[in-house]
Design a protein. Structure first.
Ligand code: ADP
Ligand code: ZN
Length: 746
């Protein structure tokens, strides 16, 4: 008896290994290819599985091997390059490969839906369009009605047909037979795909107008040359302040790739996908970008994924998960704002899209561009090590001047409602001169908490070690960590004394600014004020036009947007970052400040930035004010080297969270014991320790920190440890995860 093939498949389950199955009955070996999905029995259910390997042997005795039910794809959904990335990510992040596959696929594909959806649009063919309606009206009035509609519109969605001509489906067969309509399908016309892709039109269908860009300045030209001079993989780090012309360089590089009929993938931070940025790409490249981000509906996600795989999507702009999109003819990958922490996924598969983008580029042998005004220290160190090439754009393109930074010492100028006198005066002055002012505070709500004036007790969340934030407009207290909400207390819950809001958030600032400047339009932009659909776009339009003259906002406003009239940026509170316990605190603070400062004065006028601080003599300030981000980065790198923090070491966290504190601690203590036994001696293990905010959403959190100068010993240890933890009974009773290259150490 000839031995049957054994299929090694990945299943979306928290287990690292592959699962063995026999091919579905009647399916011959040649049709089995890695990258195809299968339906398999799994426990008592059926599951979608991804075929990764075909082998001739199994660890399982033949009698125990189950047979797959059927193939879900006739052609591989994932090619060798995508499969490579998935296996790499699984290996590097010590995450079950089935869950990595799941993270890399849109939900509909994960659930086993076909890649090709049945067309949902009816198109009139040239024959149908030429058909004589008058004649048809006499013979078959119902048919004439449908044809008239199609002739008028060219194409009509099934949904609309159902609404306008109920019962139209009975005519469809006749229309297809007569060749009057085309339902789309595998040989879809451009127009069909255009409809399907939705908001993003089909690339190349009707060439859009292309706008010419400005001639590049010397630095831009040098950067462009460095990246595009030779074929193949390399990483160019475009390092230049906002307005220095990084996007112009991306545009040239992308245009070259498109010119060679290759695809370009642009990764942006979560809040970087602004209409302005997308419109600029479209206008300049003459191609409709295909968007891929978390607020797409599942059908749109699937259609964007399909367009990427089919090559119809030539320019893809997406947030971190877009790094997994299939690219049959890759040309270039751009990561804009590469330092942004949103490129790192914080749950499930904890990957860095920036790091995976670089590895993908190497594997695909294409250039990768990392752009930032404030490159991460990891990236800067790689430039120093000669792995990446740092390409500086030191000047603001065009005529814009760099903004003037100024500290406001809060010890000398007591703030009222968060605003110091110099800030109020500065705001008044800029407004009087016709400028626009952005007041930045990364804390939404009215006040960080409510305090009792009698006993001093503050409003705490019942499920977290955190205070509840006061939201005045909705008269509620809200926990920003677990989402718990309750009505605003009118008196102290402990002593029934009078309560008042303590500290300030964006809502309170908005109110204070409105009081100071009653004539002006104050526009608050944060995730509370922009919850309703369309409200963010409206607010941004008002901010861009200058109609909102005072803008109050969180991080949402600090990135990606271009407000031509903005001349003053006020940073209300920079001190939180100054004394952060996280080793990345200084880096993040400097990045945030440079980022928000970059909003000021991009065109005719020099911008000004006022930063309120109670610690104006902290060395950070003299570094930043005199040497800019470079100086801060320089000394932060020296500090990191001395302390042995990344990029001079590798970190990983083993986190645990349980309803009972003891469970999390005991699990980690046992893990620590095992890790010590596995440790070749070069990995430093710290903990278990409780997370700084120990209880969150009712769970106690603790962690073990692993630190190693070299990657290999750390990863060997984690691999074995992970396998042992997976197999242990205690691991099933709580939540635990491994985070490689963690973004934050909490
Ligand atoms: P960044 O991406 O670094 O913020 P942009 O590429 O958006 O910078 O450039 C900022 C502004 O300067 C844009 O309006 C852009 O059109 C303009 N610009 C960029 N490069 C040049 C150049 N070489 N000559 C003239 N204007 C330029
Ligand atoms: Zn909470």
């Amino acid at each position: 008896m000839s031995r049957e093939a054994v299929l090694k498949v990945a299943i979306n389950a928290p287990l690292s290994r592959l699962f063995d199955y026999l091919p579905p009955s009647g399916v011959s070996t040649p049709t089995l290819q890695p990258g195809c999905r299968l339906l398999v029995p799994f426990g008592r259910r059926t599951q979608t599985a991804m075929l990764l390997e075909i082998s001739d042997r199994s660890e399982l005795p033949p009698a125990k091997l189950r047979r797959a039910i059927r193939m879900l794809d006739t052609e591989p959904l994932l090619g060798p390059a995508e499969l490579w990335l998935i296996r790499f990510a699984s290996d590097y992040y010590h995450h079950p490969v089935g869950e990595v596959v799941a993270a890399a696929l849109p939900a509909l594909l994960r659930q086993g839906r076909p890649l090709q959806v049945p067309p949902q649009v009816l198109f009139v063919t040239p024959e149908g369009a030429a058909e004589d309606l008058a004649e048809l009206q006499r013979k078959a009035p119902r048919q004439a009605e449908l044809l008239a509609l199609l002739q008028a519109e060219g194409s009509v969605s099934f949904e609309e047909l159902d609404r306008r001509l109920p019962g139209w489906k009975r005519l469809r067969k006749a229309f297809l037979e007569k060749g009057w309509v085309e339902p789309g399908g595998p040989h879809q016309s451009f127009a069909t795909r255009k409809k399907e892709i939705g908001a993003h039109k089909e690339a190349g269908a009707e060439p859009l107008q292309r706008q010419e860009g400005p001639p590049l300045n010397e630095d831009q030209a040098a950067a462009l040359h460095a990246i595009s001079a030779k074929e193949g993989f390399r990483v160019g780090v475009l390092d230049g302040v906002t307005g220095s012309g990084k996007t112009e360089v991306y545009l040239r590089l992308i245009s070259d790739a498109l010119g060679q009929s290759r695809q370009a993938l642009v990764l942006v931070p979560e809040i970087g996908l602004t209409p302005q940025f997308v419109a600029r790409l479209r206008d300049r490249l003459g191609v409709e970008p295909v968007l891929f981000h978390s607020s797409l509906g599942e059908p749109e996600r699937l259609s964007a994924w399909r367009a990427a795989k089919g090559g119809a999507a030539r320019l893809i702009v997406g947030t971190r998960s877009a790094v997994f999109l299939p690219l049959p003819s890759p040309g270039i990958i751009v990561v804009d704002e590469e330092h942004d922490s949103s490129f790192k996924q914080q749950e499930g598969l904890r990957y860095s899209a920036r790091d995976l983008a670089v590895l993908r580029g190497r594997e695909l042998r294409i250039p990768v561009v990392l752009g930032s005004a404030t490159p991460s220290l990891e990236t800067l160190q790689r430039c120093r090590d000669g792995l990446y090439e740092r390409l500086r754009l030191p000047l603001r393109a065009g005529k814009a001047q760099p903004p003037l930074l100024r500290l406001v010492d809060l010890n000398r100028h007591q703030p009222a409602d968060g605003l110091s006198q110099p800030v109020v005066e500065g705001t008044g002055k800029h407004l009087a001169e016709g400028g626009q002012v952005l007041v930045f505070l990364n804390r939404r709500g009215f006040a960080p908490t409510l305090i009792c004036q009698g006993c001093g007790v503050m409003a705490e969340c019942g499920r977290c070690d955190a205070r509840m934030t006061v939201h005045a407009s909705s008269a509620r207290l809200m926990c920003h960590h677990c989402g718990a909400v309750r009505a605003l207390d009118t008196q102290c819950r402990e002593c029934a004394g009078p309560v008042r809001p303590l500290g300030h958030g964006t809502e309170r600032l908005e109110e204070a600014l409105q009081n100071h400047f009653p004539e002006e339009r104050v526009l608050r932009i944060d995730s509370d004020s922009t919850r309703r659909k369309g409200s963010l776009d409206r607010a941004l339009a008002m901010a861009t036009s200058g109609e909102g003259r005072i803008l109050v906002g969180t991080q949402m406003l600090s990135k990606g947007h271009h407000f031509p009239r903005l001349t003053l940026v006020v940073v209300i509170d920079a001190d939180q970052g100054l004394y952060s316990t996280d080793f990345r605190g200084t880096e993040r603070l400097a990045q945030g400040l440079v980022q928000v400062a970059g909003r000021a004065g991009r065109e005719q006028r020099q911008g000004e930035v006022m930063i309120q601080t109670a610690f104006s003599s902290h060395p950070f300030w003299s570094e930043l004010l005199q040497g800019g981000y470079d100086a801060v980065a320089e000394s932060a790198l020296a500090e990191r080297e001395q302390a042995g923090w990344p990029p001079f070491s590798r970190l990983a966290l083993l986190r645990a969270a349980a309803i009972r504190r003891e469970d999390a601690q005991a699990f980690l203590a046992a893990a620590r014991k095992r890790a010590d036994a596995l440790n070749p001696g070069t990995v430093r293990i710290l903990g278990p320790v409780s997370a700084p905010m120990e209880r969150r959403a009712g769970r106690y959190r603790a962690q073990l920190l692993f630190q190693s100068r070299d990657r290999q010993p750390l990863h060997r240890l984690l691999r074995t440890l992970r396998a042992e933890l997976e197999a242990s009974a205690s691991a099933r009773k709580l939540r635990w995860s491994i985070d490689v290259d963690p973004g934050e150490l909490f």
